[in-house]
Design a protein around this ligand. Structure first.
Ligand SMILES: C[S@@+](CC[C@H](N)C(=O)[O-])C[C@H]1O[C@@H](n2cnc3c(N)ncnc32)[C@H](O)[C@@H]1O
Length: 336
C-alpha cells in the first residue's frame, strides 16, 4: 500500500503492488468533483453526499482514506476542508491534474488491467477491455473526449515552447500539422511567422472542435482544418509536415504509411527518442504504455531512421528540445 513503511526485510518492489489504491481514490475524488465542492468552503458530509449522489457511509470512508494521505482534512467542527495536496484535483487551477487523474483512473486503469491480452497477442489491451480502439472510444464518449482534450492541451502547453524554440522553419510558406489536436502547436508556430499558412489534419470527432476553436481565436483565415485519416491520405504539396506525438500511436506499418503520405519538402516528427540501449524506467514504461493503449511504440533514433527509410524519407537530423521530445527531421530521398 502506498505510504506504508517497508517492514524490515520486506521487499520494497513488492510494496508497489498496492499502488493502485490511492490513484483510484483520487479518481473517485476527481469524478465526484470533491475538491471543487470544498474549494467553495468547508462542508458537512451530508451536504457533500447530497451534492455528489455518493452513498454517505461510504463517502466518509473514502474521505478518511484520502485524508490519511493528506488529501482533504476534517476540521474540529466535523466539516471537510481543502488541503494544498488536494489542489491538483481542482478543475481550474494552475496545478490542476484532474484530467490526467480521470483518464488514469478509468481508461488507463481498465486497459492495464487487461495487459495479459497485450502480452499474449502484441495487440492493445485497451481494445480488448473496451471492445474498440481508444480513438473510437473518444469519438463516441463526449466526457472521455473532453478529458482527453484537457489532458492533451496541458501536455502541449508544457511541451510547445521548447518545440517552437528548437524548430527552424526558415523558408516555409505552409505547414501541415498532422493529428494537430486543438491546433495549439500550429498557432504557437504561426504567431511568430506572419506570412505562413497552416493546415490541421484531424479525425472527424476532433476536427469540428478544432475548427471552432481556431475560428474563435481569430485563426480561421490562416488555418484550415482538413478531416482525413492520415494513414489513407494527406493534403499534398505543402512545405512542412509536422507530426507531434502522433507517430508513436502506431506500429511500424501504419507509421510508415502516414509518413509516406507526407508529400512535401520536409517532414518533422516530434517525439520522445529512446536512447540506444537505454534503461530509464520513464522511457521503458512510456514505450509499453503506447502498446497497451494504442498498439504503438516509442523508438530509438535508429528505429526512426529505419521508419523514415521505409517511407521513402531520409532522416537528416535529430534536434533535442528542452522538453521530453526531440525533432526528427526528414526529407524525401527522391523528389515526389
Ligand atoms: C496524442 S494526440 C497529439 C495531438 C497534437 N499533435 C499534440 O501534440 O498536442 C494525437 C492526435 O492525432 C490524431 N490522430 C491520430 N491518428 C490520426 C490519423 N490516422 N489521422 C488523423 N489524425 C489522427 C488524434 O485524433 C489526436 O488528436
Amino acid at each position: 500500500m502506498p505510504g506504508r513503511q517497508a517492514p524490515p526485510g520486506d521487499d520494497e518492489l513488492y510494496l508497489t503492488v498496492g499502488a493502485y489504491v490511492v490513484p483510484q481514490l483520487l479518481y473517485v475524488a476527481a469524478r465526484l468533483g470533491l475538491a471543487d465542492l470544498l474549494a467553495a468552503g468547508p462542508m458537512a458530509l451530508e451536504d457533500m453526499s447530497e451534492q455528489t449522489g455518493a452513498h454517505p457511509a461510504t463517502l466518509v470512508r473514502v474521505l478518511r482514506a484520502l485524508a490519511s494521505v493528506g488529501v482533504f482534512v476534517r476540521g474540529r467542527d466535523g466539516r471537510w476542508r481543502m488541503t494544498r495536496a488536494a489542489e491538483p484535483l481542482l478543475d481550474d487551477h494552475p496545478r490542476s491534474r484532474r484530467a490526467a487523474i480521470l483518464f488514469a483512473g478509468h481508461e488507463q486503469h481498465l486497459a492495464w488491467g487487461a495487459v495479459m491480452h497485450t502480452v499474449a497477442s502484441g495487440k492493445p489491451a485497451f481494445d480488448y477491455a473496451f471492445g474498440h480502439s481508444l480513438h473510437r472510444h473518444l469519438a463516441t464518449d463526449e466526457a472521455a473526449m473532453a478529458t482527453a482534450e484537457a489532458l492533451r492541451a496541458r501536455r502541449a502547453a508544457r511541451r510547445d515552447p521548447a518545440v517552437v524554440a528548437a524548430l527552424d522553419l526558415a523558408g516555409a510558406r505552409s505547414i501541415v500539422d498532422v493529428g494537430g489536436g486543438g491546433g495549439e502547436l500550429l498557432i504557437a508556430l504561426l504567431s511568430q511567422r506572419p506570412g505562413v499558412r497552416g493546415v490541421v489534419v484531424e479525425a472527424p470527432h476532433v476536427a469540428g472542435r478544432t475548427r471552432a476553436r481556431l475560428q474563435a481565436l481569430g485563426w480561421g483565415e490562416r488555418c484550415e482544418v482538413v478531416v482525413a485519416d492520415a494513414r489513407e491520405r494527406l493534403p499534398a504539396g505543402h512545405d512542412v509536415y509536422l507530426l507531434a506525438e502522433v507517430v508513436h500511436c502506431y506500429d511500424d506499418d501504419d507509421a510508415s504509411r502516414i509518413l509516406r503520405n507526407c508529400r512535401g519538402r520536409r517532414v518533422v516528427v516530434v517525439e520522445r527518442v529512446l536512447p540506444a540501449g537505454g534503461r530509464a524506467a520513464a522511457d521503458r514504461l512510456a514505450d509499453l504504455h503506447m502498446l497497451v493503449m494504442y498498439g504503438g511504440r516509442e523508438r530509438t533514433r535508429r528505429e526512426y531512421a529505419e521508419l523514415f527509410a521505409a517511407a521513402g524519407l531520409r532522416l537528416r537530423r535529430v534536434t533535442p528540445t528542452a522538453s521530453w521530445v526531440s525533432l526528427l527531421e526528414g526529407a524525401p530521398r527522391v523528389a515526389r
